[in-house]
Ligand binder design. Sequence first.
Ligand SMILES: [Zn+2]
Length: 444
Amino acid sequence: MNINLYNTLTKKKEKFIPINSSSVKMYACGPTLYSNPHIGNFRPIIIFDVLFRILRLTFGEDRVNYVRNITDIDDKIIDKANELNITTDQLVELTQKTYHQNLNSLSILSPTHEPKATNYISKMIEMITSLIDKKFAYISNGHVLFEAKKYKDYGSLSKFSLKDIISGARVEVAEYKKNPEDFVLWKPSKTNEPSWDSPWGDGRPGWHIECSAMISELLGETIDIHAGGIDLIFPHHENEIAQSTCCHDKKMSNFWLHNGFINFKGEKMSKSLGNTTIVNDLLAKHDPTVLKYSLLTTHYRQPIDFSNDLLSYSQNIINKWENFIQEVKTTELDSEFVIALLDDLNTPKALMRLQQIIANLKKDSNNEVLLAHFNNGLSLLGLNPSFLKKDLDLDKEYIENMISRRQIAKSNKDFELADKIRDELFKQGIVLEDTKNETTWKKN
Ligand SMILES: [Zn+2]
């Protein structure tokens, strides 16, 4: 089976061949946890989870190393923590809890590692030191900056030239910079900001060096796939490439994958649109599968219009699945369905194929092969409709999923929904017990 992926670096769809097929290496930039994740944070998580599943299917479950980080130090985190009068660690712990509940509700596989940036400060200092020694970086007024023009291929990912970058005012001009396009590797911390010891004084890392350090420590100097949102191409990924390549003298990643934006009623999604985009709030109103299905209806590189209409459309389709969700005996997959996914993760085509299979099933509902194709297809996409599982043997994942949803409802003060979920489980013979910090369950 050939996997073909669109590579932002070459602007072409290319056959994916890992450097070492017994240890495939993939990294995705994770969220900055300063508030509860919004749907925009989850588009890359959901699509690259599908990629992770396809790579595991192709190369073997224990042969894919997937790292998805958590950014736990950043201006927004510091500002928000100050506003709430708590430490940045406390804020990250708080939002991380919700983030993990959301991941769990949406049946996202755990990555191999989920590192937090601040646990890799010493690796960052090591890389910055090496960049200074090699004259790619300079110290200025407590800052360490990467001198972009010293890296001859700077702009190779975004296809921006230094001239474009400067004239387009894509970079910040600052007194401590030799050139406007230079970017920060290390900066002094202000009073009341978290800081770490370094050879250049107490301070904190720039954002870009965090990912380069975690990749180099956990996966190595060259990886197979680096993924993230399209908004990260410049400057974040461009700068990651510059500093990692100059530090190690090796190509950083063979493939670069980027997902498109989410438009909300025609506008690029932003925080100003309010709570309707917060995953917690969406999950309180919609089945996780509906949310996930909605995001997979558009090809990941295209912008997606996220709306109530899209959610209702997805809900309708999923309702029709009810009679076909079953435990199946084989792991066989439909070849057309698989081919669609192997072709640059064409999820809209794969979902259409599942609907076709259902249509064929109606004509011949005893067809075990089609039934297996449908159910195995859903599970490869990580689409496990929890509300449809009630007639099957209850499994642990389902119960924990329901508990997470109830937790979310409670934190949204939607006690009616929380009670409904508890009653639903009770009807299925599961009793929930709330203690101060957690909810446990037992069979009645
Ligand atoms: Zn990153």
